[in-house]
Design a binder for this molecule. Structure first.
Ligand code: FAD
Length: 412
């Protein structure tokens, strides 16, 4: 592959920068007290699904205006075909778009709906399902959450036990069970869930993929508070929830294959390197500033070496994202490449937080932002980074994918 960007790619970068300057609402500033979002795609200070329904009318209106501006370009779902409300961009252009949004520090919109559900419906949905759901996602009007994990089934997804049974008429399913760790479920309009529809069949042959209106009777969504005091996810209880059979995606009992293709679309961390690059630059800028001078242990060899090491890792990560995008544009499907990217990205996130907090010594224990070095930025990051090696599949599972599909090693 060619590592240098073409004239068109550089021009597209410039176009995105100009678009942000012109269209990002000035009354939609980052919230300085917000915790880091845990999803790799999200930028600090914003939680678009929550902002969109915020109690603050100014923030709510600004979040919606931003979504409308992006939607007019097809940039909420840039990689979808134009006929479905996307922009039909190549994987490389999508990467550039996401990098520039992140570099500008502005939020992307509708991540789960645009990245996971949309492509799944385009591949497996009925024409009626596509017509019902894709426009709302592409316009930023409806948000989605992914209900796969359960208290007894995370890595071992085929072990899930939420059931869906056809009612007497056969025209609807009755869903019962519990999901957990569902990102942004408390802000979602719709859920896509994997449920057990045949208990007698082998584990992964008795599952189905359903679209569920989050406001259906019988659904209880409870936010889960994490150790930072933030509520990035929720648990969901289903008590005889009635779901029309027309909301079944793909064939009944073949939901495993639909879910696997949804997970393959989870392009974890596309453009996320920029988030960490910004963090490293901010850190170096702070250490060079008068306020940061007291922490210039960075002038000694060990921390300098560590910081340089993080920077090298960032560049490698950056190139991995490019390699995956090129492969996709050449018609390939990145699968183990996505695992390599996710694994390295998650570990880099944790190492970066450790390197930075070690520079602040005992001050890194300050949780209160006021008066703390760098407003305790990296102390907060150190806590949020813990989830990085779990979400979207744990590092052990990523290593298995790399070993079996990438290196061709036998399954253990
Ligand atoms: C911030 C965050 C957001 C999330 N968002 C969502 C979401 O939106 N929707 C959703 O459905 N889920 C979500 N999850 C859940 C996530 O997908 C699961 O936590 C993850 O798949 C791990 O499952 P588990 O928690 O059941 O752990 P387990 O699968 O029980 O794993 C426990 C430990 O055992 C290891 N392990 C398990 N199996 C193997 C194996 N075969 N070989 C080697 N080691 C193994 C794991 O790697 C891990 O270290 C989220 C999680 C987090 C932290």
């Amino acid at each position: 592959m060619n590592w240098a960007e073409t004239t068109e790619q550089l021009a597209f970068r410039e176009e995105v920068r100009g678009f942000v300057r012109r269209h990002f609402p000035t009354d939609y500033p980052p919230d300085p007290l917000a915790e880091h979002s845990l999803e790799p795609e999200d930028v600090w200070g914003y939680d678009w699904p929550a902002d969109r329904t915020s109690a603050d009318p100014v923030r709510r209106a600004a979040a919606r205006r931003w979504a409308t501006a992006l939607a007019e370009r097809g940039w909420i779902a840039p990689h979808w075909p134009v006929e479905y409300g996307g922009a039909g961009l190549s994987a490389m252009s999508e990467l550039i778009l996401r990098e520039e949004l992140m570099r500008a520090g502005v939020p992307t919109v509708n991540g789960i709906g645009a990245l996971l559900l949309g492509p799944t419906l385009i591949e497996h949905g009925t024409e009626q399902q596509r017509a019902a759901h894709l426009p709302g996602i592409a316009r930023g009007e409806t948000t989605w959450a992914q209900g796969f994990s359960e208290p007894g089934a995370g890595s071992d997804l085929a072990g899930l036990s939420t059931t869906a049974v056809r009612d007497a008429t056969g025209s609807a399913f009755l869903v019962n069970g519990q999901k957990v760790w569902t990102s942004s479920a408390q802000h979602a309009d719709w859920l896509f869930v994997l449920v057990r529809t045949d208990r007698a069949a082998p584990r992964h042959k008795g599952l189905s993929f359903l679209l569920v209106d989050a406001r259906s009777q019988g659904i209880t969504i409870r936010p889960i508070r994490d150790m930072r005091g933030a509520e990035p996810f929720a648990e969901i209880y289903f008590d005889d929830v009635r779901v029309p059979a027309t909301n079944l995606v793909g064939a009944e009992n073949r939901g495993w294959y639909v879910a696997m293709s949804a997970l393959a679309f989870e392009r974890a961390g596309i453009g996320a390197t920029v988030k960490f690059e910004r963090a490293v630059h901010d850190l170096i800028g702070y250490l060079r500033s008068p306020r940061g001078a007291g922490f210039r242990r960075a002038d000694t060899a060990v921390p300098r070496h560590e910081l340089a090491q993080r920077y090298i890792e960032l560049r490698v990560q950056h190139n991995l994202a490019r390699l995956a995008a090129c492969r996709e544009d050449a018609g390939g499907v990145p699968e183990y490449e996505a695992s390599i990217s996710q694994l390295r990205g998650a570990e880099l996130h944790q190492r970066l937080a450790r390197t930075a907090t070690s520079l602040f010594g005992p001050y890194a224990q300050l949780w209160q932002r006021e008066g703390a070095p760098m407003a305790a930025e990296f102390t907060h990051m150190r806590f949020d980074a813990i989830a990085a090696t779990l979400l979207g599949g744990t590092t052990e599972i990523q290593r298995r994918v790399i070993a079996t599909r990438g290196l061709g090693l036998p399954k253990s």
